[in-house]
Design a protein around this ligand. Structure first.
Ligand SMILES: *Cc1c(COP(=O)(O)O)cnc(C)c1O
Length: 362
């Protein structure tokens, strides 16, 4: 045995607040049917692949130079996509909305500060808070996974959080928040309020975006991503809309040249082809609604979903159900309150495989 064999993480002088923590860990297992990380199952068409290859080739000739540090052209394209009269100065982009959120916590959280979220919700929010040395306070959602505005305001008054996280539609429950709930929380919050709208494009028709609240609320931040509806999870591109002063704050903490030339070019090309990429959203929403009905038809409890996944239960031994599906080549996610499981919406063939496997397991 060498000295390096005996050495482990516990021997390193790691920060005490990171000791004993677990990293984010959705399993990446190679199985025929992957319905565990809410990706869009439809890849780019051959003609879009050609276009992406062409912009990579064009930009490759200039890779000796740093990228546009402020990604102005991309931010203008993202603002145009969002609409609501937004401009490039009100939009910021980074490598996934996870990096966007990390920058928000670096600028507005930090030692001695705290962030409040309403659980069950996205597990990365507390992990990113911890990484930014920001205390995490877990507020609660209601039985139906909604947020009671009066209770949320009370929690805000009790903890005075520097950052409040609202996920709408929520992961892993699929629940969208009413704009009145968000407005009540923004009015009560002493610090920043982040509405994580990673799944907004999948919301049922008529669900308003928190973008509508931006003109009245300079401490509101709305985050989005190209990882889900846009079918570009591999590109790593997330973004936000907020008051230009918020973006000035983020410039203080971002790494210089954080968005590579290739990322910017590929994201702009994907945005130009949004008709194709977002063209699968209606199909996925219909498949989601059919999945909800099918699961309810089997007598299961199912949370209403405005996203591209469905939370269902309630299983005395959810691990056994998850493993039974995996043995049949179907990977879903063991996440959410005890007894519940989450399935991402895939192609009709993938959903048929999921249903067949679940019937066998049950
Ligand atoms: C998937 C997801 C994201 C996306 O993260 P990226 O870093 O943009 O891939 C953000 N928020 C929530 C709630 C998610 O589920």
């Amino acid at each position: 045995m060498t000295a390096s064999d005996a050495f482990s993480l516990a021997d390193l002088p790691i920060r005490s607040d990171l000791r004993g923590r677990e990293p984010y860990g959705a399993p990446q297992i190679d199985v025929p049917v992957r319905l565990n990380t809410n990706e869009n199952p439809y890849g780019p068409s051959p003609s879009l692949v050609e276009d992406l290859a062409r912009v990579v080739r064009e930009n490759a000739a200039g890779l000796n130079r740093y990228p546009d540090r402020d990604a102005m052209a991309l931010r203008a394209d993202l603002a145009a996509y969002l609409g609501h009269g937004l401009t490039a100065e009100q939009v910021w982009a980074a490598n996934g909305s996870n990096e966007v959120i990390q920058q928000i916590l670096q600028a507005f959280g930090g030692p001695g500060r705290c962030a409040l979220g309403f659980e069950p919700s996205y597990s990365m929010h507390p992990i990113l808070a911890t990484g930014a040395a920001t205390e995490w306070i877990a507020g609660a959602r209601e039985e139906d996974f909604g947020i009671d505005p009066a209770k949320a305001v009370a929690a805000i008054e009790e903890h005075r959080p520097d950052v409040v996280f609202l996920t709408s539609p929520n992961n892993p429950t699929g629940t969208a928040l009413a704009p009145e709930t968000i407005a009540a929380i923004v009015a009560a919050a002493p610090g920043m309020v982040v509405v994580d709208e990673a799944y907004f494009e999948f919301a049922r028709t008529g669900t308003p975006s928190a973008l509508t609240l931006l003109p009245d609320h300079p401490r509101l931040i709305v985050t989005r991503t190209m990882s889900k509806a846009f079918a570009m999870a591999g590109t790593r591109l997330g973004y936000l809309a907020a008051h230009p002063a918020v973006i000035e704050a983020l410039l203080l903490v971002r790494l210089p040249y954080h968005l590579s030339t290739l990322t910017q070019a590929v994201a702009r090309t994907a945005l130009a082809h949004r008709q194709e990429l977002l063209g699968t959203v209606d199909r996925l929403r219909a498949e989601r609604d059919a999945t909800v009905d099918w699961l309810r038809g089997r007598g299961l409890k199912v949370a209403d979903s405005d996203a591209n996944f469905v939370l269902f239960g309630h299983f005395p031994n959810r691990r056994a159900v998850w493993e039974g599906l995996l043995e049949r080549g179907v990977l879903i996610r063991e996440v959410g309150p005890p007894g519940w499981l989450r399935v991402s919406i895939g192609t009709p063939e993938e959903m048929a495989a999921f249903k067949a496997a679940l019937e066998e397991v049950l």
